[in-house]
Design a protein around this ligand. Structure first.
Ligand code: ADP
Length: 177
């Protein structure tokens, strides 16, 4: 079991699944969602349109089509208001539900973007801590199950923040790149 923090473009990763920070329609949007749909090709949207959307905190899986990743797990992060509207709980559910789906499909490598910290406005200093704690909690609960979990940040600044958060929390991790 391991958490790997790395900087890069999640659409380029050859892992069992990448996670998409989707919106409730699951029909595509901007940011990482747009990048994933562009790289996967139009069949991804076709499959997403059969899923009936998703609520914040939920996760649903599709094929990866033209992506190097085999699967895409779509999860809807919370829109950040002031931190008093269950944002942390919803964000935790995004990570936990995505990992549960991955496990139920027998996947052993999964890459997450920094959910909700773009257009949805969640401060990354806080969001990264929720992400790392939720992933660490899952991996400890399922210690019998070998899973590699990558936290992929787009910018160098976000990469540094993730590393700092992991150190502050004492979460075991490796840094790649
Ligand atoms: P949200 O609506 O959940 O906030 P965004 O896509 O706006 O989702 O942003 C989520 C995070 O994804 C941001 O930190 C953004 O920098 C990052 N991101 C955008 N494109 C990519 C990419 N190709 N690979 C990895 N991360 C990305």
């Amino acid at each position: 079991m391991s958490i790997i923090i790395m900087q890069g473009d999640i659409t380029k990763l050859k892992v069992d699944a990448i996670v998409n920070a989707a919106n409730s329609s699951l029909l595509g949007g901007g940011g990482v969602d747009g990048a994933i749909h562009r790289a996967a090709g139009p069949k991804l949207k076709e499959e997403c349109s059969t899923l009936g959307g998703a609520k914040p905190g939920e996760a649903k899986i599709t094929h990866g089509y033209n992506l190097p990743a085999t699967w895409v797990i779509h999860t809807v992060g919370p829109i950040y208001k002031d931190g008093k509207h269950d944002e942390a709980t919803i964000l935790w559910h995004c990570y936990e539900n995505s990992l549960c789906i991955a496990r139920s499909y027998g996947l052993v490598s999964i890459a997450f973007p920094s959910i909700s910290t773009g257009a949805y406005g969640y401060p990354i200093e806080e969001a990264s801590k929720v992400a790392l704690r939720a992933i660490d909690n899952f991996l400890q609960k399922c210690a019998y199950y070998e899973m590699q979990v990558l936290c992929v940040t787009h910018s160098q600044k976000d990469f540094s923040i993730y590393i700092q958060s992991a150190k502050e929390l004492g979460v075991k991790h490796e840094v790649q790149g």
